[in-house]
Write a protein that binds this ligand. Structure first.
Ligand SMILES: [Zn+2]
Length: 150
């Protein structure tokens, strides 16, 4: 299958980005489309949608930001803490818009498992169905993410 040129350009951006150490693709050698499709199937299996996940991440992040760096009890099972690293990140997809670098760590008190993400991660999942490539510092494995935040 011949890929349209804009996808090739996007893959190059995702691989080489200096924004995210190691790029958004990490050590993943699969084509972008394959990564997107594999994660989409995984979400179907898990019974979740990108918008449902993004809503939940946004809610946890908003609660965490009120703690100004301290741990906040978001609800019965989630504690979260936000780190305000100054600055903004552009989305690697070619469209205007930047996202605050703020990162959040969420801890599920039932399992003790933690996961972290940025405002850009929420956007990438919600708008592009992209959880980043395997080996990327910010890769969010859908099953682990769902397990922690729901
Ligand atoms: Zn985008």
């Amino acid at each position: 299958m011949k890929q349209p040129p804009d996808i090739q350009k996007l893959e190059e951006t995702l691989n080489a980005s200096k924004i995210s150490a190691g790029g958004f693709m990490g050590s993943d050698r699969r084509p972008l489309q394959e990564i997107l499709e594999a994660d989409a199937s995984e979400l179907v299996r898990l019974g979740h949608t990108t918008s449902g996940i993004a809503d939940r991440m946004r809610h946890i992040m908003a609660s965490a930001e009120r703690g100004l760096g301290s741990w906040v009890q978001v609800d019965d099972t989630i504690q979260a803490s936000a780190t305000d690293t100054r600055g903004v990140l552009p989305c690697p997809w070619p469209h205007p818009g930047t996202y605050l670098k703020t990162a959040v760590v969420a801890r599920n008190t039932r399992t003790g498992k933690t996961i972290r993400w940025s405002a850009l991660s929420i956007h990438l999942i919600e708008e592009h169905g992209f959880f980043e490539g395997q080996g990327s510092a910010f890769r969010l494995e859908p099953d682990i993410l769902v397990d922690v935040i729901f």
